[in-house]
Design a protein around this ligand. Structure first.
Ligand code: 5CA
Length: 443
């Protein structure tokens, strides 16, 4: 992509309404624009990151055996009357009526709808187990939308739903999602800690939140510090095998959100030097709620003994749009974002220090074509701005590598590569710079 053609409305001033760094950087870096309280347009740069996050979430759901689909954003109120949640859900639910005066709502979550879809076709134990998911916009009329995409009113969520014959089998589904989540957040460059959590309006008795530690987080959390550096299980995990030991290893140590925290237990179980009380960002939340919805909505299957019984269910959410904020909270410096390579909107930023100079333009175009051909997704700053402004923009938007090309360097046959994360600079010939960037030699 050429910056002259792209749409990157960066802001010079720091927007005063933004209280946390990720919100500030997303606004300043031309990634999002607020259209109403808690409702954002995803501008081209932000949208590229969002799509990459979404794709990683998708790949790990697929790997764990979940099956993708897409449910609508609008739902019938009657469906929610069946589960009994329509009246109880409260003011967070955006309720609307259509031209026939039919009551509808803009979905905050999809337990009811997926249960309705499942019960329409599932008949027997042979139809189980199943995990279905979709990645779809949700609406919650939050009382205090804030911190940009962290607590939005319209936000992108991955929500999966599992259907099993009994509790033991449902726990295996729960474990699959538990492990898939750890791998997902690891691929996104985040250290997520699973914590015992309250089930709130979703219900059920087994639940974990996945928390990224950050001072700007909205949740107060307590855990054994050794959980923070425990690595992810890895992409070679056998999802058909027994995942319980991997889950046990991570749930054996104390970790709880504020609502579930027990100070006495914390003191008793965690040695003083490992007692971590901190703030965190909830990026995922998983629930096992048994037959709560299948009972109310009559979603039954025949067991091998011929008896029909309600299916056991769980639901598993990832805050896809919130993750973008969480990644910035974890990866930035005073000059801007520092994207992990896996989600960077572009792989390499090429800075043309003298746009309009024939030789520099030709060198940049050559580098651009080669990096494009090798799939490095270059962004070429070909605008007629000063070098200083180009450096500042490139740092702000945080691409992992910068290739700096100017007439003075070219005279000596040189270009410069800057590694955004470390600030390291390498001076080398343009050909070497391009081929080393193409093969990922600076990672
Ligand atoms: N149905 C269940 C799981 S599928 C559910 O809705 N769970 S949830 O309420 O915990 O939401 C799942 C995830 O969505 C949360 O962990 C959080 O990362 C994200 N999320 C929730 N509310 C918001 C919001 N207002 N803005 C941005 N992300 C949100």
């Amino acid at each position: 992509m050429r910056l002259s053609r792209f749409f990157l409305p960066v802001l010079k001033e720091t927007p005063s309404e933004a209280q946390i760094v990720s919100h500030r950087l997303m606004l300043r870096g031309g990634m999002i624009r607020q259209e109403a309280a808690g409702i954002y347009a995803w501008l081209p740069l932000g949208f590229r990151v969002l799509k990459k996050i979404e794709q990683i979430v998708r790949e790990e759901q697929d790997r764990a055996g979940a099956v993708e689909m897409l449910m609508p954003t609008l739902q019938l109120a009657d469906l929610w009357r069946e589960s009994g949640r329509y009246d109880g859900y409260g003011e967070e639910m955006l309720r609307i009526t259509d031209r026939h005066e039919r009551e509808m709502l803009y979905g905050p979550t999809n337990e009811e709808m997926i249960t309705e879809i499942f019960r329409a076709s599932a008949r027997s134990y042979k139809d189980l187990p199943k995990i279905l998911y979709h990645i779809q916009w949700k609406f919650r009329d939050e009382r205090r939308p804030r911190f940009g995409v962290m607590r939005g009113r319209e936000f992108l969520m991955k929500d999966a739903y599992s259907f099993d014959l009994d509790e033991a089998s449902a726990r295996r589904a729960y474990n699959r999602m538990f492990i898939a989540y750890l791998n997902t957040f690891d691929r996104l460059g985040l250290k997520a800690v699973p914590m015992r959590a309250d089930t709130g309006p979703i219900g059920g008795d087994l639940s974990h939140e996945f928390i990224i530690l950050a001072d700007t987080g909205e949740s107060e959390v307590f855990c054994d510090a050794s959980l923070v550096d425990m690595g992810a299980p890895g992409l070679d995990v056998d999802f058909e095998g027994d995942l319980q030991p991997l889950v046990d290893e991570r749930t054996a140590l104390y970790a709880a959100t504020d609502e579930m925290h027990d100070a006495a237990e914390f003191q008793a179980r965690v040695p003083a030097d490992r007692r971590l009380s901190a703030r965190g960002i909830e990026v995922g939340h998983i629930f096992y709620f048994g037959t709560k919805y299948s009972d109310a909505m009559n979603a039954k299957v025949a067991h091998p003994d011929g008896q029909e019984r309600p299916v056991h269910m769980g639901s598993y959410g990832v805050g896809v749009s919130r993750l973008m904020g969480a990644i910035i909270e974890a990866h930035h410096d005073e000059n801007g974002c520092i994207w992990p390579e896996a989600v960077a909107p572009f792989g390499v930023g090429i800075i043309n220090l003298k746009s309009g100079d024939a030789e520099t333009d030709a060198a940049c175009n050559h580098a651009y074509a080669q990096l494009e051909a090798t799939g490095r997704e270059p962004l070429l700053d070909d605008r007629s701005e000063r070098g200083g402004a180009k450096f500042a923009t490139m740092d702000l938007i945080g691409l992992p590598y910068q290739l700096i090309v100017g007439p003075r360097g070219l005279k000596e046959g040189k270009a410069e590569v800057k590694v955004r994360r470390t600030g390291e600079r390498h001076e080398l010939s343009l050909e070497d710079a391009v081929s080393r960037l193409a093969e990922g030699a600076f990672s």
